[in-house]
Ligand binder design. Structure first.
Ligand SMILES: [Zn+2]
Ligand SMILES: [Zn+2]
Length: 294
């Protein structure tokens, strides 16, 4: 049995280059595998090892006052989902391309627990904004949430400017997979003089594990950025499928990559259409020269 730790912290790191080197040494000494991003605005990691290795890592970070209050999401796994350790220096923890500096360690949206988020999203005077991209929304989302028509998080600032200005005095609650994108998004919205901005603490994955709300009002599945691809969030009886087969339109909660090497487009597909199209997103791809063997 192994553990996967997911965490982030927005906090000023004064010499991120030196810290990156030291942190790589630390991870190697402990023997952890995974990926850690470091920027002057903070740290974001997914690391894996035995429980003892993960405990040693957490103890080490806790001893540093900058990281003492990090909240770790812990998953138990049978095999370690990484082959290497990467510790990388970045400009931003999540690329956002804002036209104003954002500083989530100073100011970001009010954090809502899963229970408070669940209650608030049902109020008439509240706008629920998905803090992710269109393809993530199309696989699953909170019921009634607004879908940003963007395929990259860095397009958010422009989209907000063009479509959201009139909602500046509304109560706006945002959510994303693990919480880190909403830190940036809500920090930016506050800079842009939105008045009442909130974020789901710990993101959708934490919401899905909350014993009280049990993922209620989440429809479909949740897209995650590891080899699991899609995970269940809503564990109540009230859950609607939202993804539809790219070809025939029937409900299909599974994603595949187009078998054409030059395309590789990720799309939802039902089992019949997958077979008929040889897992291709178009006729051109079905007849392409360089295809994965089925
Ligand atoms: Zn189909
Ligand atoms: Zn294709």
């Amino acid at each position: 049995m192994y553990q996967v730790l997911l965490y982030y912290k927005f906090v000023q790191i004064d010499d991120p280059e030196l810290f990156t080197q030291q942190h790589l040494e630390l991870c190697k000494q402990i023997g952890l595998l995974g990926r850690v991003l470091i920027a002057s605005e903070g740290i974001n990691g997914t690391v894996s090892g035995t429980a003892a290795q993960c405990d040693a890592y957490k103890a080490n970070l806790s001893a540093d006052p900058r990281f003492a209050d990090i909240v770790y999401k812990v998953d138990e796994v049978d095999t370690i989902p990484f082959h290497k350790i990467f510790v990388r220096l970045k400009q931003e923890l999540v690329t956002f391309n804002a036209d104003l500096p954002t500083n989530p360690s100073q100011k970001s949206g009010v954090r809502l627990s899963p229970k408070d988020f669940h209650a608030m999203m049902q109020r008439d005077d509240v706008v629920v904004l998905d803090g992710r991209t269109d393809y993530e929304y199309d696989i699953g989302h909170f019921r009634g949430a607004i879908r940003p028509p963007i395929d990259s998080f860095r397009l958010f600032p422009t989209w907000l400017k063009e479509n959201f200005e009139h909602l500046k005095d509304k109560h706006i609650i945002t959510y994303c997979t693990g919480g880190i994108r909403c830190e940036k998004l809500t920090a930016y919205m506050l800079e842009k003089e939105f008045q009442n901005v909130y974020q789901l603490e710990g993101g959708i994955v934490t919401y899905g594990k909350d014993p009280e709300v049990q993922g209620a009002l989440w429809d479909g599945k949740c897209y995650v950025f590891d080899e699991r691809i899609l995970v269940d969030i809503n564990h109540t009886d009230d859950r609607l499928p939202v993804a539809h087969c790219f070809h025939c339109g029937k409900p299909a909660e599974r994603l595949v990559n187009c078998a054409n090497f030059e395309c590789h487009r990720q799309h939802p597909v039902c089992e019949e259409c997958e077979e008929q199209t040889k897992r291709s997103c178009s006729v051109e791809c079905m007849n392409a020269r360089h295809r994965e063997l089925m």
